[in-house]
Ligand binder design. Sequence first.
Ligand SMILES: C[C@]12CC[C@@H]3c4ccc(OS(=O)(=O)O)cc4CC[C@H]3[C@@H]1CC[C@@H]2O
Ligand SMILES: [Ca+2]
Length: 555
Amino acid sequence: MAPLFLLLLLPALDAARTKPNVVLLMADDLGIGDPGCYGNKTLRTPNIDRLAREGVKLTQHLVPTPLCTPSRAAFMTGRYPVRSGMASRSQVGVFLFTACSGGLPSSEVTFAQLLKDRGYSTALVGKWHVGVHCHNKTDFCHHPLRHGFESFYGISTTNMRDCKPGAGTVFSRAFRWLVFVPLQALGVTLLMLGALRFLGLVLVPPALFILLALLAAAILLLFLAFLRYFRPLNCFLMRNFDVVQRPFTYHNLTQGLVDEATQFIQRNTQTPFLLFLSFLQVHTALFSSPAFTNRSHHGAYGDAAEEMDWAVGRILDALDRLGLANDTLVYFTSDHGAHVEEVTPRGEVHGGSNGMFRGGKANTWEGGIRVPGLVRWPGVLRPGLEVDEPTSTMDVFPTLAALAGAPLPRDRIIDGRDLMPLLRGEIARSEHEFLFHYCNSYLNAVRWHPKNSTSIWKAFYFTPNFSPPGSNGCHDTHVCLCHGRHVTRHDPPLLFDLSRDPRELTPLTPATEPRFHAVLRAMAQAAQRHKDTVPRHVTNQLSMGHLLWKPWLQL
Ligand SMILES: C[C@]12CC[C@@H]3c4ccc(OS(=O)(=O)O)cc4CC[C@H]3[C@@H]1CC[C@@H]2O
Ligand SMILES: [Ca+2]
């Protein structure tokens, strides 16, 4: 018989086994068709593929909304972003300036906070993008360190074309409407008034000339200042609350993030830890260090993706070297689908692949919301297992809570579900009977996987108007937008069964699907039940007032 002390120790040993270290790897804008393990034949991603081989591959892993800021808010809190006010009602669905006042409210609980409270060391390395300040530049009310991360090294907002000289701008449409068109209009007006006055046809007061000229000069000056200062004011690297590199340099960026991440792991071999490594790749501006530049078969995009894969490999190597692999759950995903509209004026494709799926980033066709999902935990999860059931990036929150032995917050709705029973093969069905797909704050589509059925119904209340028509994205606006003339509303909703039509090519009709009306009725009821749980008066963190650049918040 085992000695008594051993019997007493067993639960503790078991707890140690079930309280793993956690490494969360999130790519930015990586499509489900990019990694080799999801079918790509030409991009080389051996390290991501290794995770699939040694762990579980999710083939229907979904983000609740296909843009960075709200998707990350949902990931970290396990909740639809409308619940926390992290879903925009305007065209701009993400934070574009570091000195804006919106962000993940302090009342929200992140997985980092939960795990920190259970004794984990926690770190964020890489991109944050859910806000920094509220009222002044010392409050750091939305900063990672206020959301459960004990250390932060990375960028507070997002990598953008405007951060890299010569890489173009994401603001070309805004410049056209806010700068070039008004300047042209003012110029033409001034010329016409001048001519009329010269011909003696109209008496134009000189003050009007001066006023119009001053207005034009002000617009021009603001535009030039934007061009000159956007980069230093927004593209900087932070360590905790301090700016450590301004603007950040790209050539050694990935190496720097990897060093930071591996040092954190090394410092925590004796304590359970949570590392969230949030890559800047493969968002534009694309970048890679010299060792990866011009090496891939996919130009700058392939170089960036392959360097990111290398970084994944370095993290796995560190876990092996330190003997931590068996005690560490590693998760890999992307914040949403690939950005299919990312094509440079010279025709270079700077966006990734969503495989066979329609659409991409910023729309809720499968290409925008279906992301890679890989989970490895040697000795616990069966290598090579494939799970085709609907799962969500919001599931990470309750999964980590359960693993760390942290009770879920009871004062709020958590939309994610513990993934472990599915990953361990203890259950075969996803606990998500319904999932809701949001375009900013608008409920865009509903997904229904009825119990005892193989069907995956998806009903769209509206779809984006692709431009040019017949293409696979919204090239005119660079990203698809969620309302007004940018969408087509559907009544009855557009219905697909993804189990038969994963590419969403042929909407069902009452003639092709006898259950058409019954299915839509059940989905409408579920959508209403869901809407009834969303509070109406949450502060909108992405309102124009919160999105605007505020000089007094500028670090
Ligand atoms: C087009 C737009 C300016 C760019 C905005 C944008 C920039 C970067 C993004 O990437 S991610 O951080 O989500 O990964 C997303 C967006 C979405 C909104 C874009 C704006 C809409 C209207 C402005 O002209
Ligand atoms: Ca993104």
